[in-house]
Write a protein that binds this ligand. Structure first.
Ligand SMILES: [Zn+2]
Length: 434
């Protein structure tokens, strides 16, 4: 997943053509490199070594493939080296049980981006039209281009390591920057207080139910889905590959992109909130392989969402010096947080009600408390199961107050302090157990 900052580019018609030309030349280079790689015997070296052999052919290649002379050298190098990265990922996904095809030749529509590494680009934050910046790219079809860029986030041009230029299916161009960042030190586990930590139960009814009593709703996509269906119907009425079909296809792609951005924004805001307000965040460790071998139903979709959210949570954890710790998911829902007894409950039962000790609370809140306890144990801060039996539940069943936070208020909240009258925000004090 690409989680570096991304910015919209505004190339004019001619610049667009040149960017597209580089993109397509790099697509051809990739296909050529795959062919060359196929011709190197497996025992000539590791995959990495063999990919590097192909990369080292680039200077010779330029003698007869003169187009490559009009592309910046690190861009061509990166395109070839990327093959190693893709093969490694393919291996990882296979290990996780995904069913993915082999690396294929890319058709024009599939190859979307190219990357400048270390050199060949410059960012000027001010000089573009209408308060925009300018991204200078060298050797784009042999020429230097100054492309207007909308910077919605302040970045220091000196920190940029790589620039990936990408064309979305909607036709819009973006630049993604890889930023060199010093990662702050996380607190030592023995400096962390239990109330500076939080357990998250990723659920069906709510996206997150946390151990401080916040129930955070799933994003509502009903309007977006209606829009998507409408645009897809319109697409099916157009003649395949006609100009109108092509235009409508871009509209459909834009709707998909809007939905993806909305989701990503939501995950980032949640992850920012948790990693800036706590020293440690605990989440369940799902076994992705089990999930994907199960029936392909709606549940899989949710688990993909949780997986994406956890990746973003990790990223914010590094950025904000917060421990993000995965804990075993086994029985977090069944186990009574107060006494440890297993309480069987069907999926529809919203309440946890323990026949053994009488502890009653919301099903997902009980799970979140268990996640928190397991997380504390992982950090070496856990009170033992036995101790918690003696001290009884950490919460009183009667005055536990939950705060329901709508997904909309998460997205609309101005981080870090959202004021959204009428609808509780993430910063609303949750006073569970107090
Ligand atoms: Zn109990």
């Amino acid at each position: 997943m690409d989680i570096g900052p991304r910015f919209r580019l505004f190339p004019d018609g001619e610049q667009r053509e040149s960017l597209n030309w580089v993109r397509d030349t790099m697509r051809q280079l990739r296909n050529h490199a795959l062919y060359r790689l196929d011709n190197i015997p497996d025992d000539a070296g590791t995959v990495r070594q063999r990919v590097m052999m192909v990369r080292d052919e680039l200077p010779d290649l330029k003698h007869w493939w003169t187009a490559l002379d009009n592309v910046y050298s690190t861009v061509s190098q990166h395109t070839v080296e990327q093959i190693h990265h893709d093969i490694t990922n393919l291996g990882k996904q296979k290990a996780k049980g995904f069913n993915v095809g082999e690396l294929n030749w890319k058709k024009p529509r599939e190859f979307k981006s190219f990357t400048y590494r270390q050199r060949g680009f410059e960012l000027d934050k001010k000089s573009g039209p209408r308060d925009r910046g300018l991204l200078t790219l060298k050797k784009v079809r042999g020429e230097t281009l100054d492309i207007p860029i909308k910077l919605h986030q302040d970045i220091n041009p000196d920190d940029i390591k790589h620039v990936t230029v990408k064309r979305e299916a909607s036709g819009a161009w973006y630049a993604a920057f890889t930023i060199e960042q010093e990662t702050p030190e996380k607190p030592e586990p023995d400096e962390i207080a239990a109330d500076g930590t939080v357990g998250l139960d990723l659920g069906i009814l709510n996206f997150v139910f946390d151990s401080d009593g916040r129930a955070i709703n799933w994003l509502d996509f009903s309007t977006d889905r209606e829009r998507l269906e409408r645009e897809q119907r319109a697409l099916s009425r157009k003649r395949y590959e006609s100009r109108n079909w092509e235009k409508q296809r871009e509209t459909v792609a834009q709707v998909h992109l809007d939905m993806r951005n909305k989701k990503r924004d939501y995950y980032h805001k949640l992850a920012h909130f948790y990693t800036t307000n706590y020293d440690a965040v605990f989440v369940e460790d799902f076994n992705i392989r089990d999930l994907f071998e199960g029936p392909a139903n709606a549940r899989n979709k949710q688990e993909v969402a949780w997986g994406d959210f956890k990746d973003i949570l990790d990223y914010h954890g590094e950025k904000n010096a917060c421990h993000v710790v995965e804990v075993p998911a086994y029985n977090t829902t069944k186990e009574c947080h107060a006494c440890g007894v297993e309480v069987e409950k069907p999926l529809w039962a919203r309440e946890h009600s323990c026949p053994s000790c009488g502890f009653e609370t919301d099903r997902d809140y009980n799970a979140a408390l268990n996640v928190k306890r397991r997380g504390l144990q992982r950090l070496g801060l856990g009170q033992s199961e036995a101790a918690s039996v003696e001290t009884g539940p950490a919460v009183e069943t009667d005055d536990t107050r939950f705060v329901e936070v709508s997904a909309r208020s998460v997205v609309e909240a101005e981080i870090p302090h959202g004021e959204n009258p009428g609808s509780p925000t993430l910063n609303e004090p949750a006073v569970a157990g107090k």
